[in-house]
Design a protein around this ligand. Structure first.
Ligand SMILES: Nc1ncnc2c1ncn2[C@@H]1O[C@H](COP(=O)(O)OP(=O)(O)O)[C@@H](O)[C@H]1O
Ligand SMILES: [Mg+2]
Length: 319
């Protein structure tokens, strides 16, 4: 029987999608890609494959899950399987430098970024490029904001590098990046399913840079009250400027990415700077509920299940 195969490595992120697929009685199965055995000479099972491998998989003790997934995707493609978020999506998921190259080549502006291989080169690079301004240090292969740090000066970077707190990036590549000051402490994350804009969510950044929207990532009470009105970290907004939306959709079409959450900040003079493309995206159920999005009314998991179901039904009849 033809199924939807979900390639992933985090059980905690699966239930919302599992529920939406079950609701539609779609046949599906999971491929937990921390480990596995694959006969490359044999054809993979029939069906639609949805790659949800995450850049942060190494932080869950799945150090080589992304590498294994890249190899499995090559096998699936060689056998002509329909893969949603195939090799090019994974390639961007695990490298911000490659994301920025692809974004810029589609006319999308990214923050000024300097690539640094080698811990011992960081301080000199920061001095050269960001001496008189605050800057961000982040790993090239990121995820959930882990290891993303703001520095006010090169001196504070130097003391961090000399301390035990220093975390080497898993692929050895550091990014030094211009700190984009936003008038409001928010970033926007635009969600796309089937390459089309679904909705955008504003994320309050006042509590720091770890912004994973999944319920499984929530620390304590997400609705911490401020005065009378509750303050929510994630709020779905009506839309994003149509020029931004069109450019992002063109970028997704050009790179073969079908499901993504793309993050941007609006800086001075309303400059829109895109700094993160998540091809494994999660949705915030509270924010969806508050904006009236249900499984059958444009919720993230509902939209993905619809999309995957349509791809399954569209497969050519078996020979
Ligand atoms: N250049 C920047 N200027 C200002 N804030 C930033 C910048 N880069 C990242 N951030 C903040 O840090 C968060 C995490 O950074 P991000 O690049 O998205 O890493 P990750 O891939 O781990 O999610 C962002 O959502 C944003 O709030
Ligand atoms: Mg991010």
């Amino acid at each position: 029987m033809r199924r939807i195969h979900i390639l992933h490595e985090n059980a905690a992120w699966l239930p919302p999608l599992a529920q939406a697929l079950d609701q539609r009685r779609l046949p599906w199965t999971e491929w937990f890609l921390d480990a596995g055995t694959f006969d490359l000479a044999a054809p993979p099972p029939e069906g639609v494959f949805y790659n949800r491998m995450s850049a942060s998989s190494h932080t869950r003790d799945h150090r080589f899950a992304a590498e294994l997934t890249a190899a499995v995707l090559a096998w699936l493609v060689r056998w002509g399987r329909r893969v949603v978020n195939g090799p090019s999506a994974l390639d961007l998921e695990i490298s911000k430098a490659r994301q920025y190259a692809a974004l810029e080549s589609h006319g999308i502006v990214t923050p000024r970024t300097v690539l640094v291989g080698g811990r011992e080169r960081l301080a000199a690079a920061a001095l050269r490029y960001f001496a008189d301004q605050p800057f961000i240090l982040k790993p090239n292969r990121g995820g959930k904001g882990l290891g993303v740090r703001l520095f006010a000066s090169v001196d504070s970077l130097a003391s961090y590098l000399d301390s035990d707190a220093y975390e080497p990036p898993v692929d050895g590549i550091h990014l030094l990046q211009e700190y984009v000051r936003s008038q409001r402490p928010f970033i926007t994350r635009a969600e796309f399913v089937g390459g089309r804009f679904l909705y955008a969510v504003e994320v309050d950044t006042s509590d720091g840079f770890e912004l994973c929207p999944a319920d499984a990532c929530a620390i304590g009470d997400a609705n911490c009250p401020v005065g009378e009105a509750p303050r929510h970290k994630f709020t779905i907004i009506d839309g994003i400027p149509s020029a931004v939306r069109m450019r992002l959709e063109r970028f997704l079409a050009g790179t073969g990415i079908e499901v993504a959450g793309i993050e941007f900040i609006t800086g001075d003079e309303d400059r829109t700077l895109v700094y993160d493309v998540n091809t494994n995206t999660n949705y915030n159920p509270d924010a969806e509920a508050r904006s009236g999005r249900t499984d059958t009314n444009r919720s993230g998991p509902g939209a993905i299940a619809e999309f995957l179901g349509a791809q399954l039904h569209r497969l050519p009849a078996a020979a």
